[in-house]
Each structure stands twice: as structure tokens, then as C-alpha cells.
Design a protein around this ligand. Structure first.
Ligand SMILES: *Cc1c(COP(=O)(O)O)cnc(C)c1O
Length: 235
């Protein structure tokens, strides 16, 4: 089996997992978007997945996205930026991807808004550090209301939901409390109407725990390894 066939087979298997989990949760068949996480994989792998029907791709590193984009300009994927964003890298991302997943601070929001081209709108999610892990990015849950309020002053941004990266766990059930926590935060905050905020998306679940995430309401699952195989460690 060559690489193209391997990616197509893996993708089909993941699509089946997503669909089965969605239906098992009693949700509509199209309720969950599969985001293929292509970080550290070459543009040819993305093209192979696109040929097999995949549209949405997530990248973690701003320069890697910038470098890969030209090779796929002919039939561009829907790019998502899912990594931690530094303010000096915002220029490679703002206004150039369908969705930014991991914004977590007021200054960063202001900088992204500033870099979005006039007359366009950038959709984004707020990453929440629901487990309050000290080493992890993401807004503290208690800071979320103020951060969502800030969108009122940011006319080029739309907050369309929340994102979480739960603590590492070998057990797919280990993440469930964190997925539940994110959904409850969303439900709580969605009860309040705010300008430029519509919390319809929950970006949660990866290769090993996507079923758990879908059963708790994920609308976007971010899957790398199960589609593209193990990544080599980043130098
Ligand atoms: C790498 C990455 C993923 C994909 O993880 P896999 O376990 O390979 O599916 C998902 N989300 C984020 C934020 C990532 O950095």
C-alpha cells in the first residue's frame, strides 16, 4: 500500500468512527466536522487526503502553514489554525484561515482584529484551560466572561465557540470531565447575548478520544495521528 492509499484508508476509518459516534449520541449525521491535523506532514499528504474527500485541515505552527499554503493554492483546503499563537506570528494567520482555534487573551484578540483585512471577518474560538493546568495555554474559566465581552469592541472578529486541550491521558474516558466542563461553560455563557459572539462550536476530541468528545457535544474533532500516522518529534 502506498502513502496515498494509506491516508485514504485511515481517513475512511476515522470518518466511520466519527459517524458512528455521532449517531450513537443521537445527533444529526452532519453535526461534527472532522478536522485533519496535518502539522509536520508534507503538502503531498494533504493533497492525498483532499483527493479522498477531506476539506478541513489544521496546522499548529504559523510558519509551517505559511510555507505549505502555496503548494495547495490551486484547490485550497479550508485551513484552521489550532496552535498557540504568538503576537508576532499573527500576520501569517489573521484573515487567512477559516477558523483560529486557540485564542486565549485580550491582547491577542486585539492584535488579531488589527491584522484582519478591512471589510472581512475572522472567525475564532477561545481556548479554555478547564483543568487549570499551570503549563497550559487557554483562558481560565473565570476569565471567560470578560474575554467574551471584549469581542464587542473587535468588529473584525466573530467568536463562534470554545476549544479545549484536556490533560494527557491514555484512557479515552480520562478527558470526559474536561469535555463536560467545556460544554457546561458554553451552555452557561451562551445564555447571555453578546455582540460578535455566537457559541455554536465546541472544538474538542483527538485521535484517541474523539468518541468521548462527540458524545459530550463536540462539533469539531481534531484528528492527526489516526489519519496521517505518528509524527516525528519536532526539532
Ligand atoms: C496535534 C494536535 C491534535 C491532533 O492530535 P492527534 O492525537 O494526533 O490526533 C489536535 N489538537 C491539537 C491542538 C494538536 O496540537
Amino acid at each position: 500500500m502506498n502513502r496515498t492509499e494509506e491516508i485514504a484508508r485511515n481517513l475512511a476509518a476515522v470518518q466511520t468512527r466519527v459517524l458512528q459516534a455521532t449517531l450513537a449520541a443521537g445527533r444529526p449525521a452532519d453535526a461534527v466536522t472532522l478536522l485533519a491535523v496535518s502539522k509536520s506532514m508534507p503538502a503531498e499528504d494533504i493533497a492525498a487526503a483532499m483527493a479522498a474527500g477531506q476539506r478541513d485541515f489544521g496546522e499548529n505552527y504559523a510558519q509551517e502553514l505559511r510555507d505549505k499554503r502555496p503548494a495547495l493554492a490551486g484547490i485550497p483546503p479550508r485551513w484552521h489554525f489550532i496552535g498557540p499563537l504568538q503576537s508576532n506570528k499573527v500576520k501569517y494567520v489573521a484573515g487567512q484561515v477559516a477558523l483560529i482555534h486557540a485564542l486565549d487573551g485580550a491582547e491577542l484578540l486585539v492584535e488579531v482584529n488589527r491584522r484582519v483585512p478591512e471589510g472581512t471577518v475572522q472567525e475564532c474560538l477561545v481556548q479554555v484551560n478547564v483543568a487549570a493546568e499551570p503549563q497550559k495555554r487557554g483562558a481560565a474559566p473565570e476569565r471567560l466572561p470578560a474575554l467574551l465581552d471584549a469581542f464587542a469592541e473587535l468588529p473584525r472578529l466573530r467568536c463562534t465557540g470554545l476549544m479545549v486541550i484536556p490533560p494527557l491521558s491514555d484512557d479515552p474516558e480520562g478527558a470526559r470531565p474536561h469535555f463536560v466542563a467545556l460544554r457546561k461553560l458554553r451552555d452557561h455563557e451562551a445564555a447571555r447575548t453578546r455582540p460578535n459572539v455566537d457559541l455554536r462550536e465546541l472544538s474538542m476530541g483527538m485521535s484517541h478520544d474523539l468518541e468521548t468528545a462527540i458524545s459530550e457535544g463536540a462539533t469539531i474533532v481534531r484528528v492527526g495521528t489516526a489519519i496521517f500516522g505518528e509524527r516525528r518529534r519536532r526539532a
